[in-house]
Design a protein around this ligand. Structure first.
Ligand code: HEM
Length: 571
């Protein structure tokens, strides 16, 4: 008994000595943060507190001094309350130690710009590893040359011309969900259930080319499996013990994950195989699909194009960090042909333009299915429930839609979406107060100097960017806790720090689906609002938020719908 104890004590002693003398520790301890205990750092702070919040999340909320002051729009449990205290105490840069792991929380737009604008600090934090069995080395988590070459290949598949060609899919699926929602008339229900379903349907069609007609049960099973996988990963973030693979492997979650991944990868493999067969069959008949280059550089005009006078609010809001999506769209004129991302990737791989294996294509399609699903489902559910609360704002949105559509049932065209300027401000404001991705985490490979106090963040640390907090900083928004679409009036956006609004992240690793998401949200939300008036009995200050990978309401997005009387609201 003595020798094992001696061994353990010496091991702990060496670990302690190593911690104290390591470069990471020396540099990390120059940053402000709560006091630590040997070996554990700040990890013990979480012990004895409510288990359903992890330390990662604790610090995400820790910097929210405004919320601490107002206790508004957040269900605060004891662990978060403790974190909030530290936020008040330490300000815009906080360091925390999870054992030997250094986590640095940034909440100032100037500091965030240094990280997000960089082509060096683009590696994702280790917390993203739970996605690996599912997404492999897909765009969300890959790094280095692989990420660079795949990003270069995938970004053009989100070209505005290709997105325009998805208008029919967006419209048709929006009408389908409206028809399904009719059953809920007069009842209180969770609108997220519907938004989640329609988002998966749209993605199956636009990412994989599986239409309702060609969908068999495997499409439905896939959608269910995607949702359940999201749930398992979510649980791994907030149930501390599930973070360890050695423990996770012996739980029922792991068994379930294996089954779900069989379904998910089974379908992606099957679809890729079929698509490739079709590609070769067509090729042998001399039918060659349009290449990405042709689709995006065609001189044919479709709908209204992107003339300067029809630029959307997004063009000015995101102009400060113009990314590859913007550069892709320059000289855009439009194209009619619709090809799913998968078709485009197969085409560009087969034509030799890009080197990508079937396995890598599968990883990218799985990644897009994940990234495009939960984010837009949460985004649209927040907008609809917020409009249920803010009836005056809803009346203004409807007035704009009435001006565009009158009492007609016609589907929205791309040029209609350019006229939905107030709705766009509402969507932006919802993404400000309730960003579906509330934090972004990066692993630093090199030291980096930030603007706050010229602090140097050491290589090897994890940087967590608190989008949620930045979006509610009174330095950038006059009344940050008030839902006010006018925050996005041109006169209010022009002088604001670009990195004070980062719902889609920014810089080289920004969201590749940003334009897809905004276009889809406009079609979906406008279709719902042309058919129903949203009502919420739950006021905004009673929304219970759950911040994990994707921000949601734990109380459910409870709303009621009333039939829409298609007359002018007169506002
Ligand atoms: C409201 C909807 C959306 C929001 C708020 C959102 C937000 C984000 C954010 C914040 C990131 C950066 C994540 C990080 O660095 O950890 C990201 C990355 C990404 N998003 Fe989105 N997203 C949305 C919709 C979509 C859609 C619809 C798609 C695809 C159809 C998509 C595909 C991706 C991909 C592939 C990445 C990884 C990009 C890279 O690392 O190069 N997203 N998104």
């Amino acid at each position: 008994m003595f020798y094992p104890l001696l061994l353990l004590a010496s091991g702990l002693w060496f670990l302690y000595r190593w911690q104290q003398t390591s470069r990471l520790h020396k540099m990390g301890n120059k940053l402000p943060g709560p006091s630590t205990v040997p070996i554990f750092g700040n990890a013990l702070l979480a012990l004895g507190k409510k288990p359903n919040v992890d330390v990662f999340q604790l610090f995400n909320n820790a910097w929210d001094q405004t919320i601490l002051a107002e206790r508004k729009a957040i269900d605060i449990d004891e662990l978060i309350t403790m974190g909030l205290k530290y936020g008040e105490q330490y300000g815009n840069v906080i360091r925390g130690w999870l054992g030997s792991k250094l986590i640095i929380f940034l909440m100032d737009a100037d500091d965030v710009e240094v990280i997000l604008n960089s082509h060096v600090h683009i590696d994702k934090a280790s917390e993203y590893r739970f996605f690996k069995p599912w997404l492999g080395e897909g765009l969300l988590i890959s790094s280095g040359e692989k990420w660079r070459s795949h990003r270069k290949m995938i970004a053009p598949t989100f070209h505005i011309n290709i997105l325009k060609s998805f208008m029919d899919v967006f419209n048709q699926n929006s009408v389908n969900v409206v028809n399904k929602m009719k059953e809920e008339m007069g009842k209180t229900f969770d609108v997220h259930d519907y938004m989640s379903g329609v988002t998966v349907d749209i993605l199956l069609e636009t990412a994989m080319g599986i239409t309702r007609k060609t969908q068999d049960d495997s499409g439905f099973d896939y959608a269910m499996a995607v949702m359940e996988m999201c749930d398992i990963i979510h649980q791994r973030h907030y149930k501390f013990w599930l973070r360890f693979d050695a423990i996770f492997k012996f739980t029922s979650f792991f068994k379930k994950q294996v089954n779900l991944l069989n379904i998910i990868h089974g379908l992606t493999n099957k679809v890729i195989k079929n698509k490739k067969e079709t590609y070769f069959e067509n090729k042998s008949k001399g039918i060659i699909p349009a290449s990405i280059e042709e689709l995006t550089r065609s001189k044919e005009s479709y709908d209204s194009g992107l003339a300067n006078d029809t630029k959307t609010l997004a063009d000015s809001v995101f102009k400060g960090y113009r990314d590859d999506l913007d550069f892709n769209d320059e000289n855009d004129v439009g194209e009619k042909k619709r090809l799913a991302f998968l078709d485009l990737m197969i085409e560009s791989a087969q034509s030799g333009i890009n080197k990508i294996s079937d396995h890598e294509i599968k990883e990218e399609v799985d990644t897009i299915m994940f990234e495009g699903h939960d984010t837009t489902a949460a985004g649209s559910s927040f907008v609809l429930s917020l409009l249920g609360v803010h009836q005056d704002i809803q009346a203004k949105v409807y007035e704009e839609l009435y001006e565009i559509f009158g009492d007609s049932d016609r589907p929205a065209t791309f040029s209609d979406t350019l006229r939905m300027k107030y709705l766009e401000r509402v969507i932006f404001e919802s993404l400000r107060m309730y960003p579906p991705v509330p934090i972004i985490a990066r692993k630093l490979r090199r030291d980096v100097k930030i603007r706050t106090n010229n602090y140097v963040l050491p290589a090897g640390s994890t940087v967590v960017i608190g989008t949620f907090k930045i979006h509610r900083n009174p330095k950038y928004y006059k009344n940050p806790e008030v839902f006010d679409p006018d925050n996005f009036l041109p006169e209010n956006t022009q002088d604001r720090h670009y990195y004070s609004y980062i719902p889609f992240s920014a810089g080289p690793r920004s969201c590749v689906g940003r334009k897809y998401a905004i276009l889809k949200l406009k079609v979906l939300i406008s279709t719902v609002l042309r058919n129903f008036k949203m009502v919420s009995d739950v006021p905004e200050d009673k929304f219970v938020l759950q911040a994990d990978i994707i921000l949601k309401r734990t109380d459910g997005f409870r709303v009621k719908i009333e039939p829409r009387r298609r007359i002018s609201t007169g506002v």
